[in-house]
Design a protein around this ligand. Structure first.
Ligand code: 3HC
Length: 284
């Protein structure tokens, strides 16, 4: 199946990044937010990143204009009606996602493929509220979406091979490399990444080393672009805590259990970059 028009649900950090890469790759893209203020913030973010690419000479002014002409923001749910693919990137809450997919199922034509950008929820639990469980999958992007080259294609037990093939071709058209995983909590990357981040907190908690040395160790010793505590701030203390809890519930293994320091930081509102304070302090 050929994808021409893409709908993105949610224009937060991930939704805005996904909408940007879709429009840049030549897809007619409509991104929907629930409130105009959230939409304005997301659209400004996209415009800012495109302008930065133009100033760096990575994008021509014509390409910038063409990208923006393919991208439309809306707060109207009905504007998603004629999309060939809908990418959901709303809040990580199963009830909210099930509600939105129920409404989309009634709105969109039969051929429309639905995917969720969830990082930890179960795909089939969302697919089951629709009459198109065969045209339903996970498509997991990484932050920052315009930079990170990977997407995970996640097959639920109901997902058809044709849907997976369409998503492979779509990912390639976005300039991303796709890897494929079964519908298990955390898929591939978070299954490995989350215990690593939690272990870094445990190393800090137990007084083995300073946060700076833990991060420097993994950056210079293993060639990672960021140390684990800086990455945890980047992903979000609350997001990591939330994902860890879901993984712990699923696997019941101590390595997925969030350490108490993480919980206390969350209770203190030290959420990482987004709040200005996490393991490190951020200005601006
Ligand atoms: N949005 C768009 N572009 C961005 C960006 C952002 N938020 N942050 C940085 N960039 C771009 C910069 O403009 C720059 O582009 P250029 O090469 O054309 O100049 C390039 O990325 C490199 O940026 P910087 O030079 O400012 O800084 P770094 O070299 O340190 O790179 C980074 C920043 C790309 C964020 C890098 O540190 C990195 O790759 N970090 C690891 C990120 C990571 O692991 N992400 C996955 C998180 S897990 C996840 O998302 C899954 C979820 O389910 C939890």
């Amino acid at each position: 199946m050929q994808i021409k028009k893409v709908g993105v649900l949610g224009c937060g950090l991930m939704g805005a990044g996904i909408a940007q890469v879709c429009a840049q790759a030549g897809f007619t893209t409509v991104v929907r937010e629930v409130e105009q203020t959230f939409l304005d913030k997301g659209m400004q973010r996209i415009q800012g990143l495109l302008a930065k690419d133009v100033s760096k000479g990575k994008l021509s002014a014509d390409q910038q204009e063409a990208t923006l002409s393919r991208l439309r923001g809306t707060i109207s749910f009905e504007d998603l009606a004629d999309c060939d693919l809908i990418i959901e990137a709303i809040v990580e809450n199963i009830e909210a996602k099930r509600e939105v997919f129920t409404a989309l199922d009634a709105l969109c034509p039969a051929h429309t493929i639905f995917v969720s950008n969830t990082s930890s929820l179960t795909i089939v639990e969302m697919a089951a509220v629709t009459k198109r469980a065969d045209r339903f999958a996970g498509l997991h992007f990484f932050n920052p979406v315009p930079v990170m080259k990977l997407v995970e294609i996640v097959s639920a037990i109901t997902t058809s091979p044709e849907t997976v093939q369409t998503l492979r071709e779509f990912s390639q058209a976005l300039g991303k490399t796709s890897i494929e995983a079964r519908d298990t909590t955390g898929f591939i990357v978070n299954r490995l990444l989350v215990p690593y981040l939690l272990d870094a907190v445990r190393v800090l908690e137990s007084g083995v080393a300073t946060k700076e040395d833990i991060d420097e160790g993994m950056k210079l010793g293993c060639g990672h672009p960021m140390g684990p505590l800086a990455l945890l701030d980047f992903v979000g203390v609350d997001t990591t805590y939330y994902i860890a809890n879901i993984m712990f519930e699923e696997f019941r293994e101590p390595r997925f259990a969030p350490p108490s320091l993480l919980r206390r930081m969350m209770l203190a509102g030290h959420l990482g970059r987004k709040s200005g304070q996490g393991f490190y302090t951020y200005g601006g």
